[in-house]
Write a protein that binds this ligand. Structure first.
Ligand code: CA
Ligand code: CA
Ligand code: CA
Length: 364
């Protein structure tokens, strides 16, 4: 978990492939994951008494997908993304920050059970600065067929409880280039070759491994989850959510109450913004990000980045010689991270998916 370049925006436009660091951390039993991260209190497992506002497809009477026929689905296209609220997400630092005086949590009070999610507040501030509605841009991108992300349940044997199930994530290419039919359960898509290794759809670049389905609730991860987020119309930045976790509730033809949450280093975002039309605002954005930073992922001490002065280092860091003293001409110096310097942001987005047909990797 070193750096994370990202935009605060929740517009997960194409998923670019970065290295899958499908870690080996356990999840689900360590308190890291709220299995009902959607914030609702009625996780329905029997499909008969669902009191969600959107009726359950398992009953066959779902108004959105009830007309779909065929076997239960394993492939889905993301059909909505929203910024998570402060009760949506994961306790990424294993700490429940309850006070603004709490240094461990960088003084940003957590949601219930220690949930870390600064994305909403951060994006609100950034939208004010840019004059954009980034969450709306995300939704538009999905509707317009620009943001197409596929989720495949790999190894699904039992749709209620399955202790060995991974979710593979792909960028999608619309097979008929017609956006209007993408989100009704009838969409056909190719896997973008950049999402897999050697054009092999069984080798995804991004997979939420160590996954399991418990009473229809999937949890999996962590993995470094690379996405492209929109800052404004035609302005997107690539970011990586480090150690991202995924949860959702599986239904017959869709999944709901999905949450992806992870950590994004402030400097990643700053670097990404510098390459965009908002470069002139990067100083303000950097201030916003550091003021909202709630995670401390860069350890105190030398960072290994050479410097001749503080300008060569990221905000808050000092340029010291190898004895921790002032960097004089001729010294071999490197940037030093101060203690208790919060340098990353937690973030979580809410998402849902509906069944899709994957035609394989896009032909050459
Ligand atoms: Ca926390
Ligand atoms: Ca289509
Ligand atoms: Ca730090």
């Amino acid at each position: 978990m070193s750096d994370f370049r990202g935009s605060f925006l929740a517009l997960l436009i194409g998923l670019l492939a970065t290295g899958c660091s499908c870690g080996s951390e356990s999840n689900g039993s360590d308190g890291q994951i709220d299995p009902d991260a959607g914030g609702d209190t009625d996780v329905d497992t029997d499909a008969d008494t669902d009191s969600d506002s959107d009726s359950d497809t398992d009953t066959g009477s779902d108004t959105d997908t009830g007309t779909l026929e065929g076997p239960p689905d394993t492939d889905f296209i993301m059909n909505s993304v929203l910024y998570g609220d402060d009760d949506d997400g994961f306790d990424l630092d294993g700490h429940d920050t309850a006070s603004a005086d709490d240094v461990v949590g960088c003084g940003h009070i957590d949601g219930p059970g220690g949930i870390d999610n600064q994305l909403g507040p951060v994006m609100q501030d950034i939208d004010l600065l840019t004059g954009e509605n980034s969450e709306g841009l995300l939704g538009d991108a999905i509707e317009d067929g620009i943001l197409l992300m596929l989720f495949r349940l790999a190894g699904l044997d039992d749709r209620t409880d399955d202790d060995a199930l991974d979710v593979h994530v792909f960028n999608a290419i619309d097979a008929d280039d017609l956006a209007s039919n993408n989100l009704e359960g009838e969409g056909e898509f190719y896997i973008s070759p950049d999402s897999v290794v050697d054009r092999d759809e069984t080798q995804p670049v991004i997979a939420f491994g160590n996954g399991a389905l418990v009473e229809t609730i999937f949890t999996g991860g962590p993995v470094d989850f690379a996405v492209t987020l929109p800052l404004g119309p035609d302005v997107v930045i690539p970011i990586t959510m480090y150690d991202a976790q995924l949860t959702f509730r599986l239904r017959e033809h869709d999944f709901v109450e999905g949450i992806v949450g992870g950590t994004v280093p402030v400097e990643d975002v700053v670097t990404a913004v510098e390459g965009t039309a908002y470069a002139d605002k990067v100083g303000f954005i950097e201030i916003i990000l550091y003021s909202q930073a709630d995670m401390d992922v860069i350890a105190a001490g030398p960072t290994g980045v050479p410097c001749t002065g503080e300008d060569d280092c990221t905000r808050g860091q000092d340029c010291f010689d190898d004895k921790g003293g002032t960097c004089d001409a001729g010294d071999a110096c490197e940037c030093n991270e101060p203690a208790d310097h919060c340098d990353a942001l937690s973030g979580a987005v809410k998402l849902t998916g509906i069944r899709a047909t994957i035609l394989g990797v896009e032909p050459e």
